[in-house]
Design a protein around this ligand. Sequence first.
Ligand SMILES: *[C@@H]1O[C@H](CO)[C@@H](O)[C@H](O)[C@H]1NC(C)=O
Ligand SMILES: *[C@@H]1O[C@H](CO)[C@@H](O)[C@H](O)[C@H]1NC(C)=O
Ligand SMILES: *[C@@H]1O[C@H](CO)[C@@H](O)[C@H](O)[C@H]1NC(C)=O
Length: 500
Amino acid sequence: MLYKMILLLVLYMMKMTYSEHGKTNVMIDTDTVIETVSDRFLSVTLDTSFIQNNWATLNFSSPKVQVLAKALSPCYLRVGGSSADYLQFDPSSQSESYQKVPKEFILTDRINKKLTNFTMIARQWDELNGFAEMVGWDLIFDLNSLLRQNGQWLPDNAKLLMDYTSQKGYKIVGWELGNEPDVYKDVGINITGAQRAKDYSILHSLLNHYPQWRNGIVIGPSVTMLVKEISRKYLQDFVDAGGPDIVTNPTFHHYYDYGPSMTVPKFMAPDILSNLPWQINVAKKIAPFPLYGKFWLGETSSAWGGGAAGLSDRYVAGFMWLDKLGISASLGVDVVVRQTFYGGSYGLIDTKTSNPNPDFWLSYLYKKLVGRSVFNVTMDDNKGYVRMYTHCTNTLRSDYKPGSITVYGMNLRPEPTTVVFTQFKPDVKLHLYLLEPVGVDSLKSQTVALNGRTLSLNPDFSLPSMDYPEVVTSNFTFPQQSFGFIVIPEANVAACKVSS
Ligand SMILES: *[C@@H]1O[C@H](CO)[C@@H](O)[C@H](O)[C@H]1NC(C)=O
Ligand SMILES: *[C@@H]1O[C@H](CO)[C@@H](O)[C@H](O)[C@H]1NC(C)=O
Ligand SMILES: *[C@@H]1O[C@H](CO)[C@@H](O)[C@H](O)[C@H]1NC(C)=O
């Protein structure tokens, strides 16, 4: 009996100490908009290898695929990747003369990539453009930069594609040239950053012949691995040679790690998540805004090499994705292009069922609730386990009134924390949209619930309503190892009244 009483006392004391630590004060500087992001801030990719494989299992006519794509509009669709540097357009070919690549080469590790040249026929280009138009996406196409003569990019095939596109009246909003040239040496090719800048000026001259693209988007140089000195130097050489005078938005690609070496703890490690702000700041130092355009994360996901099997398509992937969106917006990245809408383990939709993966729901909610104006947030959690970001609420896609703000973020701790917004009056209403995993797989679950209700498409493939926030007063308990959104409709922030 005494033993039991002591145990209870100890437990009680532990709870006391815990509740002192289990509180996070959050301060939002709503007086100053620190950044304004694109209205297509959250965008997606499709890997060019899908053209090479004649779309593989992706069915543009599938009602599910169409509904899910429309849900993310407005959005850029960047079609690119390593295979882009092996594609040639041939409008005269009617047959399906594309060269099928063995399945194992689709979205594999870029270092081991054994890519082969292939042809994109008119039908495939028509299908892609038809789909983009139907779902309201703006297409950005990555051109083959390895078609070369005397050390220069040879634009003939690009001209053929542009003439055809122009004649068909397809709305391409932007172009890109090549993919990850800083790692071309892995496949035995060496094109310097300065030469890549010259290649872009050839593209610029070509685009000048088409009024609809003269002032369009041009992204590049699509470097990756900014953690490596050699890649930073590549970007620097591109900048020094005038590259960013031509590209409207400089880009780099970002992945936290290599797919097969990912683990659940890595997806939730503050030091790994903090690798991104370092890279963005490095990039901005090399090509500062407003001297040059704002950076895009031109292709980005949790892990490269097709993602981490059984992780990148699970609940746990949301920590990296949501944190990446928050960090990027706060540091002035204009667009974050998610690898990928479809394909690999990091697809927003499952390739077997075409059902949404957890990151689809996260992206959809993000688009509904998060607006363009970004505020600075400070927390008294300096270890980086509670991570919060704040924008004006998106009043175009939600019913919230102007002046509302949306806070979003995560609690990486293994215990709940009480989040207190110290600047608001004690009876302020908080509208919670908490996403949590469903079932025994917990963090590795492929099913997610919003405020306790499992999310899935309706039987007729329409999207479920998400308009059922849990309304609380003053503060809320952020469950352990979870993420979500908090709308404060009464925040009455002046900067959020002028625009969303
Ligand atoms: C693609 O989806 C459509 C509409 O559901 C269906 O009729 C068609 O059979 C599908 N095509 C393939 C190859 O599965
Ligand atoms: C955000 O707030 C922190 C802490 O007050 C400050 O150090 C930082 O400079 C602020 N950032 C911006 C972009 O204002
Ligand atoms: C949270 O709010 C409740 C009232 O809703 C209040 O009683 C409690 O003291 C608050 N907790 C903290 C940590 O501020």
